[in-house]
Design a protein around this ligand. Structure first.
Ligand code: ADP
Length: 294
């Protein structure tokens, strides 16, 4: 059935892995716990990660150069940055500062010119294309600004598409949790054309989260949404981090969106120029003004 579908090219790159059929790699993360003791365990797990220095993803001296000679553009100019496990990080910076390039290289959708990026302890530069595709499929979720839903599939089918392509069975109780958290229960049989922009973006976010990837990258996920739909999606992602231990890295130009994150990393000219913990929209706006932001 999948062969007859027109799956957006960018999504194919993220999900489909040629001839490979590999079972899901163990994520190395403890199952998500809730309740008092669960919280305590989650904290203990976080602490273990911190103590062992395990970031969900990191870049080391990452450089990306587009073009050659006089026309060369240094989109990333030697970035070293870590994204902590079970944390929500926003990446901000003026247009052209390298935000999307960093996100794409971290997610294995593009290759660096020099330096390294790691997902967990896997150095992406050591992987050939097939292994990289498998890693993207099993460990990484990506939310695109343009949703990239398959128009002929229902919301439910779109959400389970990566799992279906991998030949795995969705974890029904987790699927239900994601659907209820994102508020899509009564829209599951609708096709994208029958959904609002906000609902389509929530389907795209649910698709990225339903396979419980180690990390979700989101490229301006609220860029096409009005403020109400934006707030709903951001609250959902905040919940995914706070309640379910998901790791999220989100590019945004919106200080309000950034205020949902635990930490903001500011880029300028392909470098990390500043960071802020526990951001508020006002503080982010001030910092962006001082950095000559948008
Ligand atoms: P941001 O997401 O912060 O707007 P980008 O990562 O898109 O920044 O771009 C960083 C720099 O790299 C910009 O100068 C941009 O013009 C350039 N760039 C991005 N993609 C390409 C490409 N495919 N070819 C050439 N230059 C590119």
């Amino acid at each position: 059935m999948m062969n007859s579908l027109s799956i957006p090219k960018v999504l194919q790159a993220t999900l489909i892995s040629g001839q490979y059929h590999e079972s899901s790699a163990p994520s190395g993360r403890l199952p998500i716990q809730s309740g008092f003791w669960g919280e305590a365990m989650n904290e203990a797990t976080d602490l273990m990660h911190v103590q062992q220095g395990v970031a969900a993803a990191r870049a080391v001296d990452a450089a990306k150069i587009y073009g050659h000679g006089d026309a060369a553009v240094r989109a990333l100019d030697g970035i070293t940055v870590e994204f902590g496990s079970a944390k929500y990080t926003a990446i901000m910076g003026p247009s052209g500062s390298g935000k999307s390039t960093l996100l794409h290289c971290m997610a294995g959708l593009d290759r660096l010119s020099a330096g390294k990026v790691f997902i967990g302890d896997v150095d992406l530069s050591t992987l050939d294309e097939k292994k990289l595709t498998i890693l993207r499929r099993d460990k990484v979720g990506f939310v695109f600004q343009a949703y990239n839903l398959v128009p002929t599939l229902t919301a439910s089918e779109n959400i389970t598409l990566p799992i279906d392509i991998a030949g795995r069975k969705p974890d029904r109780s987790w699927f239900d949790t994601v659907i209820d958290t994102v508020g899509l229960r009564d829209r599951l049989t609708h096709r994208p054309s029958e959904l609002s922009g906000g609902q389509q973006q929530r389907v795209a976010a649910a698709r990225a989260l339903v396979s419980r990837p180690e990390i979700v990258f989101a490229d301006e996920p609220t860029g096409n949404l009005d403020s109400k739909a934006s707030a709903e999606l951001l609250e959902f992602m905040r919940k995914a981090v706070g309640e379910f231990g998901q790791t999220i890295v989100m590019v945004t130009h919106d200080p309000i969106a950034a205020s949902y994150a635990d930490r903001v990393v500011f880029l300028a000219d392909g470098r990390v120029v500043d960071e802020m913990d526990a951001p508020t929209a006002d503080r982010v706006l001030d910092r962006m003004k001082s950095l000559g932001g948008e």
